[in-house]
Write a protein that binds this ligand. Structure first.
Ligand code: GAR
Length: 206
């Protein structure tokens, strides 16, 4: 057994949050955990390129090709087993995991969501849609949340949050970028380090 928590990062798209985790590992912000695997739900995700560049193993679990949600989750679970993963991080992962899946990893799955939960979250709130909803409601403050994943979409225990100001004239794209830069890319690495350390401490590596 190594002295770092073994982390799998699940992605679907651009992977800027994955990049923030890779960078945090290089700079030492994350040192209780190590990203050993990236799993993408999309074969063309740029996140896969980021994994390759960082020398991290990657795999694709593509629902369309696998034929069903059950087969999709089974593939992810077999990779998690194969790589002896301690912590699963959803970083822009655009599939909702079943209760069967989440129950198998209690307090071992983290997700980053681009709002202050319980606002603008749950099924249907993902990516730019979250920021569009915040702007159309007219809130003046939004932010990001890192939480444990359970069977309720965006409903698990909150680990970290950070608020971000909304400015006059913001578009969803401008707001998304500010939320990423000021909140997501900071609290996701910090939360991953915190939980990795707790996992390793519990294993007796303190
Ligand atoms: C991020 O803003 C992430 O918080 C969000 O999608 C974006 C992915 O960007 N996730 C969700 O909306 C999940 N409900 P990235 O691929 O560049 O990290």
């Amino acid at each position: 057994m190594g002295n770092r928590a073994r982390i799998a990062v699940l992605v679907s798209g651009g992977g800027t949050n994955l990049q923030a985790l890779i960078d945090a590992q290089h700079s030492g912000i994350i040192n209780s955990g190590e990203i050993v695997l990236v799993i993408s739900s999309q074969p063309t995700a740029f996140a896969l390129e980021r994994a390759r560049k960082a020398g991290v193993d990657s795999a694709v679990a593509y629902k369309k090709e696998l034929g069903s949600h059950e087969a999709f989750e089974a593939k992810i679970r077999s990779l998690i087993d194969e790589y002896k993963i301690d912590l699963i991080v959803l970083a822009g992962f655009m599939s909702i995991l079943s209760e069967d899946f989440t129950k198998a990893y209690p307090k071992r799955i983290l997700n980053v969501h681009p709002s202050l939960i319980p606002s603008f979250c749950g099924a249907g709130f993902y990516g730019l849609r979250v920021h569009e909803a915040a702007l159309s409601y007219g809130v003046k403050v939004t932010g990001a949340t890192v939480h444990f994943v359970n069977e309720i979409p965006d409903g698990g225990e909150i680990v970290m949050q950070k608020a971000v100001e909304i400015k006059d004239g913001d578009t969803a794209e401008v707001l998304q970028k500010r939320v990423m830069e000021e909140a997501e890319w900071k609290i996701l690495p910090a939360a991953v380090e915190k939980i990795s350390k707790e996992i390793m401490d519990a294993k007796g590596n303190n």
